[in-house]
Design a protein around this ligand. Sequence first.
Ligand code: BGC
Length: 676
Amino acid sequence: MSVPASHTEEHPLNVRGPARPPTPRRRPRALGALAALALAAGTALVAVQPAAAATAARVDNPYAGATTYVNPDWSALAAAEPGGDAVADEPTFVWLDQIAAIEGDSEKRGLREHLDTALDQGANLVQLVVYDLPGRDCAALASNGELGPAEIGRYESDYIDPIADILDDPAYASLRIVTLIEPDSLPNLVTNAGGTAGSTDACATMKANGNYEKGVGYALHTLGAIPNVYNYVDAAHHGWLGWDSNLVPAAQEFKKAATTSGATVNDVAGFIVNTANYSATTEPYLKITDSVNGQTVRQSKWLDWNQYADEQTFAQGLRTALVAQGFDSGIGMLIDTSRNGWGGSARPTAPSTATSVDAFVDGSRTDRRIHAGNWCNQSGAGLGERPAASPATGIDAYVWAKPPGESDGSSKAIDNDEGKGFDRMCDPTYTGNGRNGNSMSGALADSPVAGHWFSAQFRQLLANAYPPVGSPGGGDTRAPSVPAGLKVTGTTAASVSLSWSASTDDTAVTGYDVYRDGTKVTTTSATSYTDPGLKASTAYAYTVRAKDAAGNVSAASAAVTGTTAASGGGGGTGACAATWKANTWSGGFQADVTLKNTGDRPLTAWKATFTVPSGTVVTNAWSATVSVSGTTATATHVDYNTDIAAGGSVSFGYQGTGTYAAPTSVTVNGQSCALS
Ligand code: BGC
């Protein structure tokens, strides 16, 4: 892995290599959305369209409702550490970091074996890192790879093609396969290949020969042709690309690579930030808009005029810039939260009261690094958010891309046969790098070669986890069960009300943390909460975690969206209540729905949106037009029930195949409905 560059560096656009002729590709099958037309009044059921093939449909967010593969190789290493069993069941990415990793060996299973094991586990989502570009890790030495800068041909034929052949096997068609494409490569072209202070000759070579862009384009194109693959491109982190002068050129560079070697933007499901880095997901006590004594915190040494103070706001800002470059408006972001927890005794518990900008920022930030450019085996770091789907707006998931406990690089030169070098940013005594202002590297001592197990680091990560995972080595380390059944029970123009089912625990659940868009808004001992002070007509994503007295915290619940009602119109709320009744039978179901307008204004030309399990196919419907795309269903009025008067209601129904589950959230005309 590599280093960020300072924002002061230039980032001229790359010299582009000759265009490759597009390679023949397998086309993804069409999405399986089915519009079942509304029928005449009454309850007569008539099938209007055949069922679409559920297996081929790419869903909007592959993590929503997924069961993710736990890599038993990593899991065994984690579980063997004291207290490690508390997190050993977390899903981590499988790194295909050399050609030999595709086959595997006696110590690490190969790709097929991982996929087979995933099926055995009953998982339906597998996470892979594609990481073997020619001239890999050009701005650093610790993760240099096996392929020389010119070996693009071998990359394509000996690495990407064999991976694609395996992933395309129909035996794995039921798996959603998430691929993380080539960490650090394109960001290095943006900031470290321009002949400036932060640049390296190796990155200049990769920029000149175009092999990073060709390789990434080839990987996107070849893997993107497989219908159940979801490509996420690596997009560094806020301490690297968080200045607009880097962010916009980065978005352009991503677009360029995603349209090289036959790839198109449609081969990209999204982007990942913070891969193998340590930047905090959210900074609860430090916002980029804060000022101290009239001075913006952006001018602090730590933030150095960055436009972002944490990864989540960066990911959301970058997403907007990517869509502006022409990426699909449905792209989602991932955040690697494996090692950005920053818990333990050094963690601030409130904003600093200091009155100078630097002292305020240093006292308020949870990221305790010496410099935001430090990246190797950071001292003081902890495990971050446990993997979770849909944690905030625009974010598909928090993931553990870097398996915690695997080294970032060796603290001294160590012979190896993987092409890995010795980067002094992994040496705790080093102060010679301009990119971190010549400060200390912050690395732990006695670390092994990148990717090798580093027991002392794992133990530190566990001890400093945030959210905490309990006390390693003894006492109560079991987290409560994940809160189930989270739903929106009502909305006004300024509030969203939620309820969920109680969690269980081996000792006792002491409370619940409620998160709005990834930020904790309250801790409550109840199983319901009304979130006040919100903006009208706005969608908010909520999750809940359960806690026990020992500080163990559950993973986040599935997210629900609460949309506040429109304001104005004489204070009318126009919100609604929905009732779902179902009959189910083997492989099918019938749902009868009533929507009631509980507001004081009509809901005109009503359109309801609600969640359905993945694989749901609607075969017919009455008194509404019902269609399904992935895990979202839409029901639209028909000509005889266009409006729902204030206090009035409409009923409709539908039949379908697949597993039935009552929706977890329903909106009508964009407003959340209370569910019963
Ligand atoms: C290493 C890879 C390793 C990965 C995950 C990288 O820094 O270069 O060999 O698989 O980290 O630990």
